[in-house]
Design a protein around this ligand. Structure first.
Ligand code: CUA
Length: 370
C-alpha cells in the first residue's frame, strides 16, 4: 500500500486501453484449459482417498457410489471456480502505483445463464439420484429382525421384541435384514455405525427408522453422532455381527439368563437396614446393573474396566458409606463432587432401579474399591 503514490492515477484524460488486460489473449480458454487439467487431478485424488472404513452392510456399496458421484460432480466446480478466481487475482492484479479504477463491466447475460443453468441441472439430477437410492435402501424387506434402539445420556441400549431380549451391546445376524427403531429418553442423539454407513437421529417423541442388512461378520462400534452433552464422546458401544446360528444361540442364552436372573432368590428388600448395602443383594448383580445402565460411559471404575471421565471416579469411594453412595445415585444433586458440574448425571435412577437393584449396585461399588 505504502509504495503507491496517491497523487498518481485519475488523470482525467481520455480512456486508454488497460495495460492489465492488453497483452492477454484468450484468457477464458486458458482458464478453462487449466481448470480441466486441475479437475482431472482433483478427481483422481478425491477417488484415491479412502474415505470410508470397511463396509459391513449390503447398502454400503450404493452409498459409497453416491458419494463418489457427488465427488466427481463437485470437484470440477470447485476447481473451476478456484482456477478462475486465482488466475484473475494473479494475472489482472494492479501493479504498484496503478490507481485507476477497473473497467466498467455491466454483466454478461450469456455467462450468467450458463452458470445458473448448469449447476441447477446438476443439483437437480443429483437430488433425484440420491432420493431414488435412499428410497431403494429404505424399502421394507421380508423376514426383518426388529431392534429397538434407545439412546440416553450417555449410553445405548438394545431390545429385540421378537426374541424378548434386552441387551447392552448390539448383536446382529449376518445377511438378515434389520429394522432399527430408534428412540431417545432425553436429548437428541444420533445412531451411527460407520461400517453400515446409514445414520439416523434419535429424536425425543419420535421413532425414527433405518433398515439395513449386515453382510460381514465382525466387531464394529455404534457411535453417537450428535453432540448430546458432556459424555457425548464416550457414547460408544459394540456391534457384533455373527453368523445366523451364533446369533440364535446368543439370543437364546440372553433369554435364559433374563429368566434365571429376575426372580433371584431371597428378595431381601434392604432387610430393614435403610441406607445399608442391602440383604439379598449381591455384588455380582450390582456389576450387571453397572454395565446395563452404562455407568462406565461416564465414570471410572477399575473393577469394571470403565474409564469414563464425565463424572467422578468411582474407585475413590473407599471411605464412603453406603448411605452416601445410595444418595449419590438417586439424588445426584444432593452433594456434587467438586470439579464436576451439577445436572449431568441422570436423576431418574430411583424410578429406573428397584430397591433390590439399588442395593446390589451400592454393594458392588463399595466392594470394588481397591
Ligand atoms: Cu448421544 Cu452424543
Amino acid at each position: 500500500m505504502s509504495e503507491r503514490d496517491p497523487a498518481a492515477g485519475s488523470t482525467g484524460g481520455p480512456p486508454e486501453e488497460d495495460p492489465r488486460i492488453a497483452g492477454e489473449r484468450h484468457p477464458v480458454a486458458k482458464m478453462i484449459g487449466i481448470g480441466i487439467v486441475a479437475s482431472l487431478v482433483g478427481i483422481a485424488i478425491a477417488l484415491i482417498i479412502p474415505w470410508f472404513p470397511v463396509s459391513a452392510a449390503k447398502s454400503a456399496d450404493k452409498i459409497d457410489t453416491v458419494y463418489d458421484v457427488l465427488l466427481i460432480c463437485s470437484v470440477p466446480i470447485f476447481v473451476l471456480v478456484m482456477t478462475v478466481a486465482i488466475y484473475s487475482v494473479w494475472r489482472f492484479r494492479a501493479r504498484p502505483g496503478d490507481m485507476r479504477d477497473g473497467a466498467p463491466i455491466h454483466g454478461n447475460t450469456r455467462l450468467e445463464i450458463i452458470w445458473v443453468t448448469i449447476p441447477f441441472l446438476m443439483v437437480t439430477a443429483l437430488a433425484i439420484y440420491g432420493w431414488v437410492t435412499l428410497d431403494d435402501l429404505e424399502a421394507k424387506q421380508p423376514n426383518e429382525l426388529i431392534v429397538n434402539v434407545t439412546g440416553r445420556q450417555f449410553t445405548w441400549s438394545f431390545e429385540y421384541p421378537a426374541q424378548k431380549v434386552e441387551a447392552n451391546e448390539l448383536v446382529l445376524p449376518k445377511d438378515r435384514p434389520v429394522e432399527f427403531r430408534i428412540h431417545t429418553k432425553d436429548v437428541i442423539h444420533s445412531f451411527w455405525v460407520p461400517e453400515f454407513r446409514l445414520k439416523s437421529d434419535a429424536v425425543p417423541g419420535l421413532t425414527t427408522k433405518i433398515r439395513l442388512t449386515p453382510d460381514r461378520v465382525g466387531n464394529y462400534e455404534v457411535v453417537c453422532a450428535e453432540l448430546c452433552g458432556l459424555g457425548h464422546s464416550t457414547m460408544r458401544q459394540f456391534v457384533r455381527v455373527l453368523p445366523a446360528d451364533d446369533f440364535d444361540r446368543w439370543a437364546q442364552r440372553q433369554t435364559e439368563e433374563g429368566q434365571g436372573g429376575a426372580p433371584s432368590g431371597e428378595s431381601g428388600e434392604g432387610g430393614g437396614a435403610q441406607g445399608g448395602a442391602g440383604g439379598g443383594a449381591t455384588a455380582a448383580q450390582g456389576e450387571q446393573i453397572f454395565t446395563a445402565q452404562g455407568c462406565g460411559s461416564c465414570h471410572t471404575l477399575a473393577a469394571a474396566n470403565a474409564s469414563g471421565t464425565v463424572g467422578p471416579d468411582l474407585g475413590k469411594l473407599k471411605n464412603a458409606n453406603a448411605g452416601f453412595v445410595r444418595q449419590s445415585i438417586v439424588d445426584p444433586s444432593a452433594e456434587v463432587e467438586q470439579g464436576f458440574p451439577d445436572g449431568v448425571m441422570p436423576s431418574d435412577f430411583r424410578s429406573k432401579l428397584s430397591p433390590e437393584e439399588l442395593n446390589a449396585l451400592v454393594k458392588y461399588l463399595l466392594e470394588s474399591q481397591e
